[in-house]
Ligand binder design. Structure first.
Ligand SMILES: Nc1ncnc2c1ncn2[C@@H]1O[C@H](COP(=O)(O)OP(=O)(O)OP(=O)(O)O)[C@@H](O)[C@H]1O
Ligand SMILES: [Mg+2]
Length: 239
């Protein structure tokens, strides 16, 4: 099977400083990947390089058979790469509903087949309750739901979630993780989920990679890594 996303020797960084030292990976359509690693190991740099927010210094990026290496971010989004950035980037002075409709794209399979406003509201009832509120009036959890809803409105084939659970109260983490789990299981969408806690996301994902100093230092099925305490302690520091 041809991969939906292929990275070959991807190098990226900031100015003179190279952060990603050559990353190769493949993700098939509908599969989910846990992207793990401690603080500052390059997880966000990798996500941002895939969406085109950080420039490649070398290597190649292919999505859905198309070489995206030199395409700008908006072309990658149009091709079906959805992104929930680590900072969420909610439009503070737009309402919840305006945030959602500002970037929508019709579903690929025609009307009624994918994500629209009503479906986002059914998935995140809190957003429906808050639809007239401004972006800057939302709690952290609501902002995260809005960032996810906004990415889903693009009807992506690949969804990149950069530490969506960071800084949220345990009860919201549980609620969001259940929703993310359903997206992974039911939608046929490929997902890359960034987290620092392996235990939290390994039960929901197919495969996992661990980054250390901008390199993939471990790659395994999630179910296997979940039982590999030695590797988890070595690279993530917690059992
Ligand atoms: N805009 C930037 N300019 C210069 N250096 C940066 C920039 N963003 C990140 N870095 C550096 O790149 C390295 C990787 O950072 P990155 O944000 O990709 O890590 P991360 O794994 O996402 O960390 P975290 O878990 O804290 O989000 C770090 O050394 C960081 O200081
Ligand atoms: Mg990060």
């Amino acid at each position: 099977m041809t991969a939906l996303l292929t990275l070959e020797g991807v190098r990226a960084g900031y100015g003179e400083a190279e952060v990603l030292g050559g990353i190769s990976l493949e993700l098939e359509a509908g599969r989910s990947l846990a992207l793990l690693g401690r603080n500052g190991t390059g997880k966000t740099t990798l996500i941002n390089t895939i969406v085109g927010a950080t420039d490649l210094m070398g290597g190649k990026l292919v999505f859905d058979g198309q070489d995206m290496t030199r395409l700008p971010g908006y072309r990658r989004a149009a091709a079906g790469i959805g992104w929930v950035p680590q900072e969420r980037n909610i439009f503070a002075s737009l309402t919840v509903e305006e945030n959602l409709t500002s970037v929508s794209r019709p579903p690929r399979g025609g009307a009624g087949t994918g994500w629209d406003l009503q479906r986002v509201y059914r998935t995140f009832p809190r957003l429906a309750e808050r639809k007239a509120n401004m972006g800057n009036q939302l709690s952290g959890g609501e902002q995260q739901m809005l960032a996810m809803g906004r990415a889903l409105m693009l009807n992506p084939r690949l969804l990149l979630l950069d530490e969506p659970l960071e800084g949220l109260a345990p009860i919201i983490v549980e609620e969001l993780m259940a929703i993310i789990g359903r997206l992974i299981a039911d939608e046929g969408m490929a997902v890359i989920l960034v987290e620092q806690s392996a235990q939290l996301i390994l039960p929901f994902t197919d495969d996992a990679i661990i980054l250390e100093r901008g390199l993939v230092v471990h790659q395994a099925p999630s179910a296997e890594l979940a039982n590999d305490e030695k590797t988890i302690v070595e690279y993530l520091g917690v059992g």
